[in-house]
Design a protein around this ligand. Sequence first.
Ligand code: ADP
Ligand code: ZN
Ligand code: ZN
Length: 831
Amino acid sequence: MNNELPYHPPAAMADFAEVIIPLALPLNYTWAIPEELKASAVAGCRVEVNLGKSKKYAGVIKRVHTTPPEFFEAKEIVNVLDAVPVVFESQLKLWEWMARYYMCTEGEVMAAALPAHFKLSSETILVFNEEAGDDFTELDTEAFLVAEALLLRKELKLSEVQQILESNHVYPVVNRLIQGRICYVWESLKESYSPKKETFVLLHPDYDSEAALEQLLNSDPRLQRAEKQMELLLGYLHFQKTEGIISKQALLKKTGASDTQLKGLADKGILVLEKRAVDRISVLPKDIRINFKLSVAQTAALERIRSALEEKDVCLLHGVTSSGKTEIYIHLIEEQIRKGKQVLYMLPEIALTSQTIRRLQRHFGGHIGVYHSRFSQNERVEIWNKVRDGSLKVILGARSSLFLPFQDLGMIVCDEEHDTSYKQMEPAPRYHARDAAIYFASLFSDCRVVLGSATPSFESYSNALNGKYGLVLLTERFGNIELPQIGIMDTRRYRSKEFADTILFPPLAESIGGALGRGKQVILFQNRRGYTPYQRCNTCGWVPQCKYCDVSLNYHKVYNKLVCHYCGTSYPLMVTCPSCGSHDFIQKQFGTERVEEALQELFPGARVGRMDIDAVRGKHAHDQLIQNFEQQKLDILVGTQMVVKGLDFEHVELVGIVDADGILSFADFRVNERAFQLMEQVSGRAGRKHGTGSVLIQTTQPEHPVLLRVQQHEYRALFDDELPKREQFGYPPYTRLIRLTFKNKIRDVVRDAATWFTTGLQDRYGNYITGPSEPLINKVRNQYLMELLLKLPRSTRLIEQCKKDVLYHVALLHQEKRYRSVVVIPDVDPF
Ligand code: ADP
Ligand code: ZN
Ligand code: ZN
């Protein structure tokens, strides 16, 4: 990390600017600042620059300085686009860190960080905003011309704008049009997201003060003879106190009032009806309302977090499912708002449901903003600006919310910190939002990080055990509800022909029937939609492993072999099980759809919902499904990983894990950690409110050590079981992994390139190299793939050096004619 303070010459003296443009350039270029722009060209502002002969970009000034570039004559900046910087110093530092740590460029980070509206280039297409109307008289002449053209043609390329204005310098005009909402930037790849809208009821701001409200209730003549309306108003005030925001539908249902009575109050200007998206920023009053009491255990945990954070920057809250971690965060957030600081509350994308949002809004009203990759660009820019000017205090968001321009961040909460969706896989920056958040927090004078999980990642847990992080345990569920009883069911008992096609074996089927009979709900978990094939002994459940890598082998259909996808070693197919001597090997694969079918056969009357990527395209469908289940319009929910993300359902009595074998045979060194996390999290959905729930796990390996840990909820013991193996085979937390993926259209070329590259690194890093090998899915979008895994000891200096050497060897590789077109993608901490 670079701790030297950058030198900031007074703006008037700086002749040059280092500018980040949203491309994968290895270095930032320098542009000269013309005299007339010197006052306005400051770090964090966007500038218009030319690159090459004809390309133009809006870039961000990283710093201004006085050193002319050594090897070329700097071109001049064309324009400064922002009067106030779009990002602060801390964002620029985060980008720099991310680029270096994750081996990409600052331009790539910038492209991921900024909403599209801030990114302009020659290829940008402007789209007319139909809500802008057609009255452009307020605009200046140039903007007016472009707006008229947009109204007519609906879409314009920036090059066309240049023609219209007969000028090359159109960015400032375009910028004004975007800010004035006349047009927006078209993004080809993003599907547009139309949020679900509902009508909400609010008290008119005139009655925000106690006095005005009292006057209204006691002596307003408009209410004197309107008893029904008065009743409705009192009902509204009551629900608003207890629930925060209240929808029209809920209000009418709860008070039994009619539409007309509500309309009466609205016409009088006492209540306001507002149609808006559930997760949009709203005009909710910015109040803090903590109307619940922490339990004794929660209070103690909160106190321990506070004191841990006095000494450490990060604290891990390890709290069992349903222990009320959210309630603890709420207290921590409250504290920060009262101090006038900002808070980032990160959670996995899929957990960002209206259920969670409502829960937070209930306590913080208009202090809460939601930042979502699916929001429209306008909405994103709106939040961006409110975070930047400090008017929005709490942001609830998925991993990309880390890029928001926080001014004065006091805390980052990273909920479900073990969740793999914090890691961005594609494209660069391939960052892990939890780890980047810890770095980001260190840039503020007094910002702490709270990581929370019922099943912490082994990285975080070992950091907590070795004293780097504070560690706070919360071992009881809220309301002293027991953790669910976990039954392990040996499906080998049903190996006869009769059960050949059975998916839900009799004990599970009976339990489902029982729960439904009691009017309770059931969740069935089936991992992914079919998984990568593997071989498994049908008698004892044994799965062949690689002897070098400690991972399950994949079954390669084409070659009829077993292959380790880490090191590439191949093995013959198993004929005799070394564990029990049986010859009976099988592969059984099925997805959620099959489970759904099986349910329909067994329980034709049951209402079944399915939650997997296919079934819930779009966030809206996902929310709807959750809501239907919440309101008991569904009896059974069948789902993949999606059902485990922080959902809180009251009436779930039974959770079934349909095929634990599939989970336990993942070809991944983390298989046991992940399997435990998954099963513990799914189990956590059972019996959250009313009495103990139960969980049934179907497996052919009832004595599998991980299942026994799950049964006893023994996270710590699992951690202790697993760590020695991590050390022995050189995996995190003992090492840092870097995976290099090679891509090319020609298979031989990519294979040879990977070998050539590996040979180059052999001398220095031979001990740390695994592979190269061909991944199981070896062809993606017409490109063949090869992979190389580096397992580096945790020495910062060695890792930094290795990253440099890798990049250097990529450059060398590209100097070889045959390998010029081979793409090499580094991924740091890939799993
Ligand atoms: P976790 O995130 O730890 O799984 P939650 O925060 O979802 O647990 O809490 C589980 C349930 O218990 C939620 O319905 C929550 O509203 C309720 N709950 C937790 N703590 C309290 C409290 N102090 N007062 C009232 N309800 C609580
Ligand atoms: Zn066997
Ligand atoms: Zn191997």
